[in-house]
Ligand binder design. Structure first.
Ligand SMILES: Cc1cc2nc3c(=O)[nH]c(=O)nc-3n(C[C@H](O)[C@H](O)[C@H](O)COP(=O)(O)OP(=O)(O)OC[C@H]3O[C@@H](n4cnc5c(N)ncnc54)[C@H](O)[C@@H]3O)c2cc1C
Length: 436
């Protein structure tokens, strides 16, 4: 028997692979429905996701695999993202769309970028010591001070000098000088960055992905089954209902610190390593707004301190069916260190004031629905402890037939595509087969 812990998209992708391989498996999901953070909800006349979840796919094989999941009315959508900075709304990515800012600021940004290129040509690109230095080397001090530093501080809630940069590869587009100049002159660089286009269902929200993946799993997907204990030596799992289930292999997609905390049989060093893992949680406040003000594009990055969120999104600009005519289904995202106490009601009030200052809410706008969700964990913090801790835990769990998979199971910065791909890999390992 192969047990899969967690019925988010990673666990479901693993289960679908096990199913196709004819393996004996069972998915244990603590919530009443599968999907994890990729769930959707209808409230009154509005539809929301738990937070903006747009599917960016880079691997053609994964695209084919995802498109074969039954019953999903996918649409391919060209990204329309913005940056709200210094009272101006410019296209994303900020670094290649400086046009629209005042000339003195643009000149300082270009000079800062050029300084780094000159430094690079004289000394070569030195290995950066931190995330702060990684950004400075690539974009120059001026763009960092204006955008990259404040945005990333808001998101990570951790001094950037203490963070690593190994997550940046696919998600932070680094321009050439020509790109910067063209953007400063007003050219729109549509295709720039990893998420230049994305897929999203025409109806039903991102939750239809989990519904499609879990179709036909029947009683091999058990919901309301929270795993509270894993006995690594005896290869047994206990659920909150008191049921004990034996396994030959186990695929865990639940957050790695939580898995370690409930696993008996881990050496002390591994338990300590798990306790040192850090993360931020994200409060996503979904809003149904009648008669909104400006609702620019699909989502907007908001780096400045004066606004209490780091991103605002408009689901109704992605899927019109998520709000009635003249209304918007919107969301804002704010992160907190994992242990922080959060006053959700107070956060909603400050978020609404911030949206007012941005012009998203205007006189006459009415909030018809409010749906705050805490995504905990939200983002894994890439500090000095993460890499060593994760490889030690992977090794220790591996000795007991446990495969770690997905964004939180493998404790990484994976989007949905990479998480599902990791679930497929873990399932293949568990049944001892190879190839997609
Ligand atoms: C704010 C935010 C925005 C994001 N936006 C995007 C985006 O636009 N595009 C994108 O590709 N990705 C996005 N992501 C990433 C995406 O959410 C993840 O890649 C994906 O959800 C990972 O799926 P998963 O199944 O690994 O984890 P999860 O979705 O967390 O699923 C894990 C499952 O395990 C269950 N579980 C936990 N503990 C237990 C237990 N003890 N027993 C049984 N079950 C348990 C949970 O209930 C959950 O269903 C975003 C993430 C965040 C935080």
């Amino acid at each position: 028997m192969i047990l899969v812990l967690g019925g988010g998209v990673t666990g479901l992708a693993a289960a679908k692979t096990l199913d196709a391989a004819g393996a004996d498996y069972l998915v244990l999901e603590r919530e009443a429905e599968p999907g994890g953070w990729c769930r959707s909800i209808s409230l009154g006349r509005y539809a929301f996701d738990f937070s903006g979840h747009f599917l960016h796919v880079s691997d053609p094989g994964m695209l084919e695999w995802i498109m074969e999941v039954p019953g999903i009315p996918w649409r391919s959508i060209r990204r329309d993202a913005k940056v709200w900075l210094r009272g101006r709304m410019t296209p994303y990515p900020f670094q290649v769309h400086l046009k629209g800012h005042d000339t003195a600021f643009v000149a300082r940004c270009l000079a800062g970028f050029a300084r780094e290129r000159i430094r690079e040509s004289v000394h070569g690109m030195q290995p950066p010591e931190s995330l702060a230095e990684w950004f400075r080397q690539r974009f120059g001090k001026e763009m960092c001070d204006a955008f990259f530093y404040p945005y990333n501080r808001k998101m990570w809630r951790t001094p950037l000098s203490r963070l690593g940069y190994d997550w940046t590869g696919w998600s932070v587009p680094v321009p050439r000088f020509e790109d910067l100049l063209a953007g400063a002159a007003g050219e729109i660089r549509q295709g720039f960055g990893y998420n230049a286009s994305f897929h999203y269902p025409a109806r039903g929200g991102i939750g239809v992905l989990a519904a499609g993946l879990s179709r036909r799993m029947g009683d091999r997907l058990r919901t309301g089954a929270k795993v509270v204990e894993v006995d690594l030596r005896a290869r047994r799992v206990r659920t909150s209902e008191g049921e004990t289930l034996p396994y030959g292999s186990l695929i865990s997609t639940i957050p790695l610190p939580a898995l370690a905390a409930c696993s008996g049989g881990l050496p002390l060093a591994a338990r300590r390593a798990a306790e040192a893992l850090k993360w931020v949680k994200v409060l996503a406040i979904n809003l149904g707004i009648r008669a909104p003000g400006a609702t620019p594009g699909h989502w907007v990055y908001v780096p400045e301190k004066g606004y209490p969120f780091f991103r605002v999104g408009f689901l109704s600009n992605v899927a019109r069916s998520s709000a009635p005519p003249g209304c918007a289904s919107a969301f804002v995202e704010k992160s907190f260190l994992s242990g922080a106490r959060v006053d959700a009601e107070g956060e909603v009030k400050t978020a609404l004031r911030g949206l007012g200052r941005m012009g998203v809410l205007r006189r006459g706008s009415r909030i018809e629905e409010i749906h705050p969700v805490m995504l905990d964990p939200g983002y894994v913090i890439f500090d000095g402890a993460r890499e060593g801790a994760v490889s030690l835990l992977r090794r220790e769990f591996g000795l007991h037939g446990v495969h770690l998979a997905g964004r939180y199971g493998a404790w990484n910065y994976y989007g949905m595509e990479k998480s599902m791909e990791d679930g497929i890999r873990a399932a293949r390992e568990a049944v001892g087969t190879r190839g997609r």
